[in-house]
Every structure is written in C-alpha cells, then in structure tokens.
Ligand binder design. Structure first.
Ligand code: AMP
Length: 442
C-alpha cells in the first residue's frame, strides 16, 4: 500500500500517483498535504526538486474534486466564464508549463479544466482557453496582468491562490505586478506562498498575503548537497573552454547541464562546443519560447548531450538523468549553487557537480562553502590547473587555518585515478574573508 493513502486523498488522485510511481511522500508533501487539506494558509520554504509541486497540487486537486457536484442544486461546482478557481503564479514560462503538466498528471482522472498563461507567445489561444473559465490557471505575472487589463481574465471568484518561487519573483522585478494581481483577489481564499529563501522582503510580502499561516520548512541544501559528488577545479578564465571540452570527452558524461553567468556566455560556450563537434544547445532569456522548448525537448530526448543555461532559464527545469552539472562560471549567489547542483541527483539518483573556479571567483566559492557548511573537494588531476586561481588572494574558508597552506589535504583532493601522479601541496591559503561581496545579497 502506498504511504500516500494516509492522507485520504480522492481515489482518482491515488490512482494517478501510483501510476506516476510515487509511493513515499517527500518531506514537504508529508508536512504540507494535511495542512492544506484542512484549508489552512501555508508558508512553504522549499525549492524546486523537493516535490513541492505535488505538495500543493494534490490537496488543491482534492479540494476541487470534492467540491464538484456540491454546487447549488447539485450542479457541478464550476468556474465562471473568464474566471479561475485556482491561480498559481510562477516566475518563468518553463515553470508554468511544468506546473501545468504536473496538474495534468496528478489530475488525469478528475477532469479538471486548466489553462496556462505566459508571455512570449500569442495571446489569442490563451484568451480562448479562458473564455469558459477554468478550474486551474497557471500564469506568469506580466501576461496575466495584460489579460486582466483587457478583461479576458477575472479573479473575483478565486478560491485558492499559490505564489510560487516568491524570492525569484522579487529578484525578477515582479513585485508590483504581484501587488496588482493580489489586489484583485477575494479576501476569502486559501493562500500558499513558496520561496526557497526567506529574506525580509519576502517575509513582509507573506505577512500581507497569508492569514494565520502554518510555516513548513524543508532544508534541501543538506540533503541535495550530500547526494551530489562535488569537485572544484582551479583554472584560468582563458582555459575554461579547453577544460570543459576535456571533461566532456573524457568523463562518463551522459547528460550535462552547463551553467554560465550570462546569456552571452551561454551562447559562446555553446558555439565553442559545436565547433568541436559536441552537440550543445543554449537556453536563456533571449531565446524565443519555441527555441527554448525545442532545446529542452532535444535535451530530454537525448538528441543533445549538453544544455548550456543561465540560472533563471534553468530554474525548475525538470529533466531526469542529468549526470553532470558543470559550473562553467560559479554563481555569485551561493543559493544558486545549491539550485544548480540540485538538477542532478534527482529523486534517488546520484550525480556529479564540477565547478570551475578562476582567481576572481574565489570569493564565490568561499560563500558557497559557508552556505552548504562543507568544503568542496579540489580536483588537481587535470591539465589546466591554475596555481594563480588556487592561491588567489581574498579567500577565507571560514574554517581553522592551521597548517592548511603547506600540507597536502588528501580529504580535499579527488582524482589521481587515471594514472596521473597526484600533485600535492596545493591546499588553499588561509586568509581573512574579504569584502568582495556580501555573503547574502538579499
Ligand atoms: P518538484 O520539486 O515539484 O519540481 O519535484 C521534483 C521531482 O520529484 C519531479 O520530477 C517530481 O515528479 C518528483 N516527485 C515529486 N514527488 C515525488 C514522490 N513522492 N515520489 C517520487 N517522485 C516525486
């Protein structure tokens, strides 16, 4: 019997879960489902990869399903024209599509009507999808407001509101759009807010939105980070492209997600790989919706082994079987590192995360190690090792410096397994932390 049966979800939902191969609820599901089924508001601190979509989709579908047939005179409880019963606001088109697909999967035996609304594509099909009203509307804020302003969408009959990835929404400058949308919602509603982090501005937003919420927090950094085999390779900026190529041809890399800091960087890396006959595609905000979807489906299908992405474009991408995450550039926000490496080692698989670190990126590595509370093993066993990067000033690991500079640190080194003699004595220089960046930008 499935562990989901204890929630007493509607049986069509249980059937769909069994078919999806879900038998054990993840921690966020374990905690959130009963609270949400009881109708409470929820403040969820969790990121993509924790199973949070099902954590809210299942109780929502359960509630919608139960209220069917319970409308006036036994009629079906239905959305009114151009209205929605449930709204999920999410920052990117990819996340919107994925959330909609999750509702489709879990709700396949419940016959719920759904629509997805996001920018970058024609609005007419979305207008038509909303004409008769829907049970579940998944939307990004900008396009939703456009449709609201043109009176194609109304939210005055909304029953449940989900604000997903609230921290990213704020990072992406959606706060005013969110405020405008929230102002249109009925006060009598159930509200859920999810965020990977809880800086002050999110806490304030939550306070204004949620009524007596239950706070649920799952801590994926530890669990995700522990499942991923991580290493850092010190390299000069100019050699990164050679190092990437060397890894992609030598290592057992079946499916790799490569992160760059900029869109331009993503294109450059992709072109470079293509020139060297490694099939790669880039996904970032300057690509059309069609191009992004094509890139993702090619990557999913295995036609392309390497997907090069920026953080925002990659957020929430759910592709199984990513064996390697390669940080071509280290992120300047340490939380992004955890998000990135969480793209591998999904469900119960393990994965490898390889980070390139040049001299300028040393402070970023320090911040990552502080956040994850562990050191990333240093791999010296490659041709492009840079002493300059390894010994760059401005690095402090936040740990005791005793004897680290001069003594080999076997526990910090990996590699050496391919017959190359292990280089020694390159443990990091202990230094005082610098003010190169604040460790928590938000
Ligand atoms: P999410 O955090 O919602 O993006 O989910 C991460 C991944 O875990 C998705 O591929 C889900 O399909 C999968 N997933 C979610 N819940 C479960 C579960 N209870 N058992 C197995 N897989 C799950």
């Amino acid at each position: 019997m499935s562990d989901f049966s204890k929630f007493n979800l509607l049986s069509p939902l249980e059937t769909a879960l069994t078919e999806a191969g879900y038998f054990i609820p993840t921690p966020i599901q374990e905690q959130s489902i009963p609270i949400l089924m009881a109708g409470r508001d929820l403040l969820g601190i969790a990121q993509t990869g924790t199973g949070k979509t099902a954590a809210f989709a299942l109780p929502i579908l359960d509630r919608l399903g139960r209220h069917r047939g319970a409308g006036p005179q036994g009629t079906r409880h239905k959305a009114l024209p151009r209205n929605a019963r449930v709204l999920i606001l999410t920052p990117t088109r990819e996340l919107a599509s994925q959330i909609d697909a999750s509702f489709a999967k879990y709700g396949r035996y419940l016959r719920m009507s759904r629509a997805v609304v996001y920018g970058g594509v024609g609005q007419q099909p979305q207008v038509r999808a909303m004409e008769r009203g829907v049970d579940i509307l998944v939307a990004t804020p900008g396009r939703l407001l456009d449709l609201i302003n043109q009176r194609h969408v109304f939210l005055d009959k909304l029953e449940i509101f989900v604000l997903d990835e609230a921290d990213r929404m704020l990072d992406m400058g959606f706060i005013n759009d969110i405020r405008r949308i929230v102002a249109l919602l009925p006060t009598e509603r159930q509200t859920l807010l999810f965020s990977a982090t809880m800086p002050k501005d999110i806490a304030q937003l939550a306070e204004g939105l949620l009524r007596d919420p239950v706070r649920v927090e799952v801590t994926p950094p530890a669990s995700t980070v522990d499942k991923v085999n991580q290493k850092v390779l010190f390299v000069d900026k100019s050699n990164k492209r050679h190092l990437l190529h060397a890894i992609l041809v030598q290592e057992d890399v079946h499916r790799a997600l490569v992160f760059t800091r900029t869109k331009h960087g993503a294109d450059k890396v992709t072109n470079e790989l293509e020139l060297r006959n490694i099939r790669a595609v880039a996904i970032h905000g300057n690509k059309s919706q069609g191009a992004r979807e094509k890139a993702l489906s090619d990557f999913r299908a295995g036609h392309v082994r390497v997907l090069v992405a920026t953080d925002i474009a990659a957020r929430g991408i759910d592709v199984v079987g990513i064996t390697h995450v390669i940080n071509y550039d280290l992120p300047n926000e340490p939380e992004s590192y955890v998000h990135r490496i969480g793209r591998t080692a999904r469900a119960n698989a393990t994965g490898t995360a390889i980070s390139f670190c040049d001299a300028d990126e040393r402070p970023f590595l320090r911040d990552i190690e502080r956040l994850t509370r562990r050191e990333v093993a240093v791999d010296l066993d490659h041709h492009y090792h840079s002493d300059t990067a390894a010994n760059a000033l401005g690095v402090g690991t936040g740990k005791k410096p005793t004897g680290r500079a001069a003594t080999p640190q076997p526990s910090r080194r990996v590699g050496g397994g391919r017959g190359t003699p292990m280089k020694t004595g390159r443990a990091r220089q202990p230094q005082a932390p610098t003010a190169a960046r604040s460790s928590h930008p938000r």
